[in-house]
Design a binder for this molecule. Structure first.
Ligand SMILES: Cc1cc2nc3c(=O)[nH]c(=O)nc-3n(C[C@H](O)[C@H](O)[C@H](O)COP(=O)(O)OP(=O)(O)OC[C@H]3O[C@@H](n4cnc5c(N)ncnc54)[C@H](O)[C@@H]3O)c2cc1C
Length: 506
């Protein structure tokens, strides 16, 4: 690894153009910014506090198992789409298989099951068969999915090109319609009690526009939202490899503690070892709250930048339980959600459902005949922060979560309790410690109607030569928006520098 450059400018191939860019964070956004920076002739350097790339796009090993902490599905897996071309630019899917699921999620309510097929015809048949009435609303939903097959959202909703507008025209009426109604409001239209309960679990984001659910299922049905095998860390490492091949530099264990600002311009950063690194442009691809309130400082902020942090809702943090089991679970749906008859208390909060993912489709995660299972349980950040002040209580609370989940899985897969070989429980504090993510909000802002209406600033009014990319400027977060955002940060710098932007995806 390159050591941090002490108190001097970064040098490299892009110095040809005489301009360099310093990027904070080697998550997907930071690595993407790095790759596009290099592709566009800049000399770039990524500073990362951890000892490996990926940020929240990560995995870790326990015994023979690889426990994956991120990608459940990935937009851009269909060759030829705009997002796929970005993954091509970044080398992210090179030499990797992509699993396409027939069933996206299985939802269990009492003794009834709804299979959420990725094929809208199969989904329609399933919903009609499992419901009493509601035919119109079922058909409206599945027609909406069919209607968005082939739709590609613009790469930057703030700067839509004329070509993108023209391509969007046929979709506009539907787009406006399903942007207006939320998932929660649409769910209320079902009269069949089973379907009403099950539908709200397809995408449990009730304040988000229905469009998000419809588009995701349309992308899945079109093969454009599959799951790359090999997992999330391997995915991030492929982007890191591409970045290094392009001549980029990464410095790990390099924590930025301050962005240096002189005369209203960002000039460099201060690292926690006391050294300074200077550059012409600074791009922060780390946590948004940390960037503004710790690294920049309130005196340089404007009201537009601060506003999202005052009014928007973040993703609720999660306890993330991962297990390696000596059990062949081939054929199990990739995700199962069980709606509970009686809510159960987990980490001080009532839960009315439990869900888990089974990764038997990816042989890289477990030895043959074995499997990994993960479960995301929404939780209260304050509960874990308080528990963490007493190490033994914290460990005890983690064990309790593990036991509740094991007991629950046992009712579904008898005997599984004795087949569990490894267990790992990550809390919001775990995510915060490893990635610095604010209060464990693992995908940043909820993609609520309010968040989607607000334009979250990517630059600051009082600080030149500085920009922010990543999930904190793209409501809804996720790996693809983070990668797009890194690309857009470089495209904006190219505009400021009056040079043509290069990249396959337009
Ligand atoms: C359990 C889980 C499941 C998920 N599932 C999916 C999914 O199925 N599909 C999907 O698309 N997305 C999913 N996501 C979300 C996705 O992982 C994130 O939205 C995305 O990875 C965010 O990327 P980023 O680059 O913006 O930020 P991050 O990944 O947070 O990267 C920021 C980087 O900055 C570094 N950093 C922070 N502070 C500093 C500092 N001061 N100095 C130097 N470095 C610093 C961090 O260490 C980190 O590496 C999931 C996330 C989690 C946790």
């Amino acid at each position: 690894m390159m050591p941090p450059v002490h108190g001097q400018h970064i040098k490299g191939i892009g110095a040809l153009m005489g301009k360099n860019i310093l990027i904070i964070g080697a998550g997907v956004a930071g690595l993407s910014a790095g790759c596009y920076g290099q592709m566009n002739g800049f000399s770039t350097k990524v500073l990362e506090m951890h000892d490996q790339p990926g940020g929240m796009c990560t995995a870790w090993t326990r015994g023979h198992y690889t426990l994956d902490g991120c990608i459940h599905w990935l937009v851009g897996t269909k060759p030829g789409t705009k997002m796929n071309r970005i993954w091509g630019d970044l080398g992210a899917l090179q030499d990797c298989q992509v699993a396409q699921h027939e069933i996206f999620r299985q939802i269990v309510v009492g003794d009834r099951v709804l299979n959420v097929y990725t094929d809208p015809d199969a989904l329609e048949e399933e919903m009609l068969e499992k419901s009493d009435g509601d035919e119109d609303i079922i058909r409206e939903f599945t027609d909406a999915i069919r209607g968005f097959i082939g739709f590609e959202p613009p790469l930057d909703t703030r700067k839509i090109s004329i070509i993108e507008y023209i391509r969007m025209l046929p979709y506009l009426p539907k787009l406006m319609r399903y942007q207006k109604v939320t998932i929660g409001e649409f769910t209320e239209r079902f009269t069949d009690p089973f379907l009403k309960k099950a539908f709200r679990m397809i995408f449990p984001l009730s304040s988000s526009p229905l469009f998000i659910a419809v588009l995701t299922l349309a992308l899945m049905s079109d093969g454009d939202a599959g799951c790359p095998t090999g997992g999330s860390l391997a995915f991030a490492k492929r982007i890191e490899r591409r970045y290094l091949e392009l001549g980029g530099q990464v410095s790990y264990r390099s924590k930025v503690v301050k962005i240096l600002i002189e005369g209203g311009r960002a000039t460099g950063v201060l690292l926690d070892d006391g050294s300074e690194v200077h550059a012409d442009h600074i791009v922060s691809a780390c946590d948004g709250h940390h960037t503004l309130f710790d690294l920049i400082g309130e005196e340089h902020l404007d009201q537009h930048a601060v506003r999202p942090y005052q009014v928007l809702e973040t993703f609720k943090p999660i306890v993330y339980v991962s297990m390696g089991v000596d059990r062949d679970m081939t054929g199990e749906p990739p995700i199962t959600t069980v709606v509970l008859d009686q809510p159960i208390e987990i980490a001080g909060e009532k839960q009315d459902c439990i869900g888990w993912a089974v990764h038997s489709y990816d042989p890289s995660r477990a030895p043959p005949g074995k499997c990994t299972i993960t479960s995301m349980i929404e939780t209260d950040y304050g509960f874990w922060r308080d528990a963490h002040s007493d190490r033994s209580r914290y460990e005890c609370e983690k064990r309790k979560v593990r036991d509740i989940l094991t007991e629950h899985l046992e009712t579904r897969y008898p005997g599984i309790g004795s087949q569990i070989e490894v267990v790992d429980v990550a809390t919001p504090l775990t995510w915060e410690r490893y990635t610095g993510v604010w209060q464990g909000a693992y995908e940043g802002w909820m993609p609520s109607t309010e968040a989607r209406r607000m334009t979250i600033p990517r630059t600051l009014e009082k600080v030149e030569n500085f920009s922010i990319c990543g999930q904190w400027v793209e409501p809804g977060g996720g790996v693809p928006p983070s990668a797009i955002s890194g690309r857009n940060a470089i495209r904006d710098i190219c505009r400021r520098e009056k040079v043509r932007f290069h990249g396959q995806a337009r």
